[in-house]
Design a protein around this ligand. Sequence first.
Ligand code: DOR
Length: 464
Amino acid sequence: MTAGLNSETILIRGSRIIDPARNVDAVGDVLIRGGSIASAGGLVPPDAVPSGSLVMEAEGLVTSPGFIDIHCHLREPGFEYKETIATGAAAAARGGFTTICCMPNTEPAIDNAAVVEYIRHRAAAEAVVRVLPIGCVSKSRHGKELADMEELAAAGVVAFSDDGDPVYDDNLMRLALTYSRDLGLPISNHCQEPSLSRHGVMAEGWTATRLGLPGIPAAAEETMIARDISLAELSGGKLHVAHLSTAGSVALIRGAKERGIPVTAEVCPHHLTINDRWALGDHGNGDVSGAASYDTSTKVYPPLRQDRDVEALIEGLVSGVIDCVATDHAPHDVASKEVTYQDAAFGISVLETALGSLMGLVHAGRFTLPTLIERLTAAPARVLGADYLPLATLGPGTSADVVVFDPSRQWTVDTSQFLSKGKNTPLEGTVLTGAVVCTIAGGQVAYQDPTGAVSRSNSNPQDR
Ligand code: DOR
């Protein structure tokens, strides 16, 4: 991690502390010392904060464990013009994330220990947050032959995935799940039956018809989820379903969990907050009676879907059928998006807008703030496994991975301000409510907003 504004001691004073892993929701102080949480809750006594400490007056703000994103694309090695580990990590910090797991669809793909080592080395040198690599399921992500999953696990990957593509071969998926059981690491599958999705570029439905674009039926996702549930039952492997997008997928996961099958699932902020009409441009409010128009920044896999799917996904996240939120941050260069809808790359740049767009659902009363924070912290840590739970709490002695945010601050999405190289978001110009003020990763200030809320005390802060 690179050094920013740093101090041995950091005091965050008077915020609402929400730490779902410890069932804490109370106003108090958070004290960080030597990179670890010294205390979270209650009042910090004056003599605990020496002169020169960093102090943040945080009344009215929320402090929680830093968010954990188990699904993002950092593009390095191979596509550094879209994103690097350094820029992706900086964007993560701006979004309140302190741990991010990067997908292996790089060039070369993360299918051997040397590439894992390269990513770990780059992250240690340049990333302001913790970066955990995900290894491939198949060699070069070609879906033909298993990658050496044992070698990858020994090198430190936290999960396996061919994301960007499904593991379409049934027996390969069975084998991968069997290894996942023995290695104790999840397989995150991008569920998409290629013979059904074919050349589709957006959700099948009215909007696709209106734009004359080939659609992707919900069944493309659901048939593969059904297969994977069956293979998870057969193998006892740890199945994690990436980026759920349909109501039918939620029902499948619910049924599997009721039958005690080891399956977890994630949902992305965009699938919870916007629908396929946004592809028409003008944030879905366009005058569709006029000339056809479209917004390629809405092109994402799985596609934005219809309102009933959005509703089911929200309900699934609230009820816990869907375990957690993951961003699927997929940065692209301008040239990959300023083309026809059919030629555009799939993907949305999400890390910097995730909190603001999800807070919209909290403000609309769709779920509570503690529930949202749980789905961004403890829940994704559980998907990774028990070793990662200490990254998702403010418990004393744990690594000081912390986000402080203003739940009420309004801001307008302006991609020219993004720290990510990926400016590809349909939310450009949208007003969001909820903004990160400061992110601390491993006790170091990884991001602070332009208000400069964190300052160095010249005297004992309790004397002022
Ligand atoms: O929209 C997407 N973009 N979905 C994926 O699964 C892959 C990702 C990418 O790598 O760009």
